[in-house]
Design a protein around this ligand. Structure first.
Ligand code: FPP
Length: 252
């Protein structure tokens, strides 16, 4: 009897929550905690990254189900090049494997792939797989998955500033015409709306050089879950937290 009551209550609670769920158009995620997940299990760090790659697969599908149109994932930062060579190699290997193995599923699920960052720094084999998957999925219309690779927010702003300076020197733009919109148009994310929500897993309270310009008005949800444990239910829980936020964009 008690179990029946609990089942009824929990099902009802879920239904009500899902009805009132606010869904961001663009979700950005700092996928943190792979190393700690592995350490807790006495496994090498790469095992955490491997299970983390499974979370990526699940979360893209959840975004489609929930109606999230853009998902940006911080997969490899500019600073991550400073990790031990063996870990960098393992991450690049995982990325290549992910791109190769997941492409049929991305095509089937109508997922469009994009990438942002200093992509010319990636090893050629990874770059080739990336370019191939981006080209193959370019016309897809469900979720746009944007992988931030060799990405740094400050580096992105520097790259945009250099482009603007070159255009100004060439006389193609006037310095007094440079404004927020023009700078946005020269970021890697020029054709992508700003994220409405940033989720960071593993409880850390930092931006870590991620989308510094674009996150100006994003809501931030921090969850203690480690990224390899972050799946559909954890995403829904984060969206529930987001749904309670009152977004005022600096107004009253
Ligand atoms: C942070 O965890 C995670 C990363 C630096 C890499 C993220 C990579 C993946 C999720 C797998 C590969 C991605 C794709 C798209 C296939 P951490 O290693 O800093 O964890 P820690 O803080 O617990 O040490």
């Amino acid at each position: 009897m008690l179990i029946l009551f609990w089942m009824k209550f929990s099902l009802k609670k879920k239904a009500v929550n899902l009805d009132t769920l606010k869904v961001p158009e663009h979700l950005a995620v700092i996928m943190d905690g792979n190393g700690r997940w592995a350490k807790k299990r006495g496994l090498p760090r790469v095992a955490g990254h491997r299970t983390g790659a499974d979370s990526v697969k699940h979360i893209v599908k959840s975004c489609d189900q929930l109606g999230i149109k853009y998902l940006t994932l911080y997969a490899f930062s500019s600073e991550n090049w400073n990790r031990p060579e063996s870990e960098v190699e393992a991450l690049m290997g995982l990325l290549e494997k992910f791109l190769k193995e997941r492409l049929p599923e991305m095509l089937e699920d109508n997922v469009r792939l994009k990438a942002i960052g200093r992509l010319d720094m990636l090893p050629k084999n990874v770059r080739d797989e990336l370019d191939h998957a981006i080209a193959k999925t370019a016309a897809n219309t469900a979720v746009t998955m944007i992988l931030a690779l060799s990405y740094g927010g400050r580096e992105e702003i520097v790259d945009a500033a250099k482009q603007l300076a070159l255009k100004a020197v060439a006389g193609d733009i006037k310095i007094e015409d440079i404004d927020n919109q023009m700078l946005s148009d020269h970021l890697y994310t020029a054709d992508i709306p700003d994220p409405d929500l940033l989720i960071r897993t593993s409880g850390e309270l930092r931006l870590s050089n991620f989308l510094l310009w674009q996150l100006s008005y994003a809501e931030i949800v921090i969850t203690d879950k480690l990224w390899p444990d972050f799946r559909h239910d954890q995403l829904v829980a984060s969206l529930q937290e987001f749904s309670l936020r009152d977004r005022r964009f600096g107004k009253v």
